[in-house]
Write a protein that binds this ligand. Structure first.
Ligand SMILES: [Zn+2]
Ligand SMILES: [Zn+2]
Ligand SMILES: [Zn+2]
Length: 114
């Protein structure tokens, strides 16, 4: 199997010990995955799914959202989001920090319609 790392584009299986398999099944260097985490990137570069069990991270974002009141003009704003993890669309209240998928509770989402 010849495969390149999606982060650094170097050959992956030089040394199997240095390779991590993500939740989605894609493979990446352990060192590259660590670097992504340091930059708070938790989505697979190939398919945008979360790279690991993110429930602890989502809990932190829950707290952050609760502590960040939305400014007046946004209070009644709602948006459609598409979840990168489960692929479901949700209609949610807009928040400046992040939008939460109603289906799987993931914040790994992107806005589709405002
Ligand atoms: Zn790499
Ligand atoms: Zn992937
Ligand atoms: Zn979801």
């Amino acid at each position: 199997m010849h495969q390149d790392c999606p982060v650094c584009f170097e050959y992956l299986f030089e040394s199997v010990n240095d390779v991590s398999v993500l939740h989605c099944g894609h493979t990446i260097h352990k060192s590259c995955l660590n670097e992504m985490r340091e930059h708070f990137q938790y989505a697979c570069p190939l398919c945008s799914k979360s790279v690991c069990d993110m429930s602890k991270v989502w809990e932190k974002i829950d707290l952050e959202l609760a502590a960040t009141p939305m400014p007046e003009p946004y209070l009644n704003k709602t948006v459609w989001i598409l979840c990168n993890d489960c692929g479901e669309n949700s209609h949610v209240q807009f928040h400046l920090v992040a939008q939460k998928c109603l289906n799987c509770k993931s914040y790994n989402t992107r806005q589709t319609r405002g």
